[in-house]
Design a protein around this ligand. Structure first.
Ligand code: ADP
Length: 485
């Protein structure tokens, strides 16, 4: 069984969110089950620089959407997985993040960049004019890969692989004005409700969801939510009509990267039997953030994109409840200006108790998981969420909303759940600062009940959200898809 992952991000070469972590780890887990997974990435500078043993396989002169020179190159990811990259200097050799320039604005030709990517993926998935590898499955990730199943549907070629589309976050849909359709190289009949048309525009994710054989998303609860008008953000009708083809498969954690016993970023590594060591990391974290050195203070933390989805405004609004109880708060993140300003303001008003680091810092995110007591994920919606899974393994209890993947991974510390040895964190319902503040109080009350806190930490650390279960589910899904003639 061979699968081609078509993804705009893959840890460690290019990452803006959890999608990269998934595509960095799942191929290896599938390989352990005998599935040969290769990854196709856009040829961003970081990808072309990071591939090991890189070599050019083919020139793709001029026929990709938008024209221009392009090459298919191959190499190995640092973790050993074979990767292809679409080298296309006009489209991908740019500074900034994968989707936006240094000014934070989306690249105006994103529709062409990811049309070329999808077209190249479809070509590669059909054997790429005599390459020695042809997948049984094209597995697309998010809207950037959405056109690949559409191109395949119209390719007319003999060797059409089965197709899977995975939704990592339905809020990002790749929607572009209809007048751009002519540049995509799809036949006119593709522009319709039964095709790539989406509320009068072109929908890249919609295209993928329409044409792919099977659909997945990253948690069972989210699979249900996206079939509702509130959660589906315009795609609920299509998804509900394809409910029998849609499955939620919970993401896993790469425990070789996220393990407090071996984490090279921690001042003092620890495990479930050595939790007395964890406070050393708290001290280091307080020092890093310039907080008062108070070993007894409960430290709450945010590691997140600072966007409305993540409920960061609720944290800012509810923060007085934390501070009134002598807790401290550390924030690591970047994102929308108004939320960055609100966090900055909060830290400025409470020096010594609230610390902020604006930016993206992988090492610091590990040190926060190691040093904090509670990791906050009060999201408005959350397809799966990885941060709370890392918190569990680090004995840093997640405090989350009862939605999406958060609902599938954290067990609220009610007295009964603690007594039964099931509790792993704190869960609240309403997306309001009051509900969050109430939960802050609950968490701090438990924090001072040291024996019970320790018990919940141990239960949390014993949870297994490794990739094996997910990999089995994807392999079984692949097997269930019949190849096209
Ligand atoms: P999303 O993909 O919606 O951003 P996830 O919880 O699925 O949310 O994944 C977020 C990933 O990004 C986690 O690995 C988290 O540690 C990481 N992350 C988010 N913001 C930062 C940051 N500012 N610095 C370092 N890592 C971050």
């Amino acid at each position: 069984m061979r699968s081609l992952f078509v993804t705009p991000e893959c840890y460690p070469l290019v990452k803006t969110g959890g999608l990269a972590d998934v595509c960095g780890a799942l191929p290896g887990a599938l390989a352990g089950l005998g599935v040969d997974v290769r990854v196709l990435l856009p040829g961003y500078p970081a990808v072309l620089d990071g591939l090991q043993g890189k070599r050019t396989l083919r020139s793709l002169p001029g026929w990709l959407p938008g024209g221009g020179d392009a090459w298919l190159v191959a190499g190995r990811m640092p973790q050993g997985v074979t990767a292809y990259a679409l080298e296309m200097p006009d489209r991908f050799d740019r500074p900034g993040n994968p989707y936006a320039g240094p000014d934070g604005r989306d690249w105006p030709d994103n529709y062409l960049r990811f049309a070329a990517f999808g077209r190249a993926a479809a070509w590669l998935a059909q054997g790429g004019d005599g390459l020695d590898w042809r997948p049984d499955i094209l597995h697309g990730h998010d809207w950037q890969a959405g056109l690949a199943p559409a191109y395949l549907a119209f390719s007319g070629g003999e060797h059409r692989p089965g197709t899977v589309m995975t939704i990592h976050n339905i809020a990002y849909q790749g929607q572009f004005p209809s007048h751009l359709f002519g540049g995509l190289g799809l036949p006119p009949e593709a522009f319709g409700v039964q095709g790539v048309e989406y509320y009068g525009d072109i929908g890249y994710l919609k295209a993928g969801l329409y044409y792919a054989d099977r659909l997945t998303t990253v948690s069972p609860t989210y699979a249900g939510e996206i079939q509702t008008p509130e959660g589906g953000l315009g795609l609920h009708g299509l998804l509900a009509s394809r409910a029998h083809d849609l499955v939620g498969i919970l993401n896993g954690v790469d425990y070789s990267v996220w393990n407090p016993a071996t984490d090279p970023h921690l001042a003092a590594p620890y495990d479930a039997d050595g939790l007395d060591t964890k406070p050393v990391n708290k001290g280091a974290l307080q020092a890093h953030y310039g907080l008062e050195h108070r070993p007894e203070a409960p430290v709450f933390a945010v590691v997140s994109r600072l966007v409305a989805q993540k409920g960061i405004d609720l944290v800012v609004e509810a923060a007085p409840a934390l501070l009134s109880r002598g807790a401290q708060l550390v924030i690591l993140g970047n994102g929308d200006g108004w939320l960055e300003d609100a966090c900055r303001q909060l830290a400025a008003t409470h020096p010594g108790s609230v610390g902020i680091h604006l930016g993206y810092d992988e090492a610091l995110s590990h040190r926060i998981q190691g040093g904090a007591d509670v990791i906050l994920v009060p999201s408005r919606f959350e397809p799966c969420g990885l941060t709370q899974l890392y918190g569990l393994r680090y004995g840093t209890l997640p405090l989350v909303r009862r939605i999406g993947g958060l609902n599938d991974t954290v067990v609220d510390a009610t007295p009964e759940a603690i007594d039964q040895g099931r509790a792993t964190g704190f869960v609240f319902d309403s997306a309001s600062a009051d509900a969050l503040a109430d939960t802050f109080h609950r968490a701090i009350d438990l924090y001072w009940d040291r024996a019970r806190w320790r018990q919940v930490q141990r239960t949390a650390m014993a949870q297994d959200f490794g990739w094996t279960a997910a990999a089995r589910a994807y392999r079984d899904l692949y097997r269930a898809i019949r190849p096209h003639a």
